[in-house]
Design a protein around this ligand. Sequence first.
Ligand SMILES: [Fe+2]
Ligand SMILES: [Fe+2]
Length: 382
Amino acid sequence: MPEEKKPVIVYGGSFDPPHRGHAALAAAALRQLDPAFFYFVPGFRTPFKDFLPVPYGARAAMLGAAMEEEGFGGDARIRISPFEAQRRRVVYTWETLSHFRRLHPRSKIFFLMGSDCLEGFPRWRRPGLILRSARLLVGPRPGHEAVPGGVPFARLAGSFPEADSTGIRARLFLGGRPAQLRRSVLELLEKRSFYLSRERELLRELLSPRRYEHSLLTAELALELAGRAGVPQRQAALAALLHDCARDLPLPAQRRLCPKGVPLRGEVFREAPLLAHVWAGAELARKRFSVRDPEVLEAVRLHATGAPGMGALARLVYISDLANRGRSFPEARLVRRLALLDPEAAFRAANYVKLVYAFSAGGWVHPLSVALWNSLREEKKG
Ligand SMILES: [Fe+2]
Ligand SMILES: [Fe+2]
């Protein structure tokens, strides 16, 4: 058969990170369709503002390494296309497929995806144009059998494992080594600390084992809640991991780190010296962890007192610090359950629980915590 009569397969996605779910779909499509070309097209950016993938170059390199390890190294049909990356913006699937349509005018183009993606297809940009440019080629995944009415597609034979990239990323941020990733991918990720391996290493040196565990559990809950809060996973993980980074330093060292502008600095040092770790932590995050993201620094600084007008990330860390599964008191369990249902209500409840705890202990309460309480009352009334 002349090469141009063979089909062309296009497989787009973020591939952050490339995993065995991707490889399984690609392998089946190659075997069943015997295409002239198979293009992986890693996106440059995604339309979702709460997802910031690792840089394109690294994802393309990991994809290449993963395919090599999967045994596709010598397969000249497989290409990693820089089409979307060259545009340096969000590129929609209809544009990508129009490009491959022009590149291979005489071939049948297939656009490969798992059935989990097919469910959302009618909401994609210009689905009609996509269907005119290419035929959808769908690998069935268990639990995703529903087919949107009127969407024609070709089905790959076989069943393909669940491929939850969000879950894989969450495990990586917590130091796990998910079995769905090839060794070469894990090595590349760790070398460049894309999933915070360097940060966790440094943190482990700064904290007692118990506090390190608490930081991981705080990050675990923050990652669980990040999607609904519209917060990128990396930001949630970084802020939650670092929130107590200065907590185990000797008090004089914490004080030295505290900037001049700590509100009620004198009272804090005298009445609630342990509270200094939040300002010291933000400073340490900047100096030792090279954090420049103001939202991450805000989340570290406000994780104990809170403050009126705090941003989504700071709220997320505030809740996760109190309600992670390492906290066994009943109120923490309640806030945790509430957080999964209604994050706003959980935030108010967390502020309430912290204040009740502080008042019942008879200690000095930082006015920022009270100001947060008052502002939340106003929000509720308004
Ligand atoms: Fe803390
Ligand atoms: Fe904490």
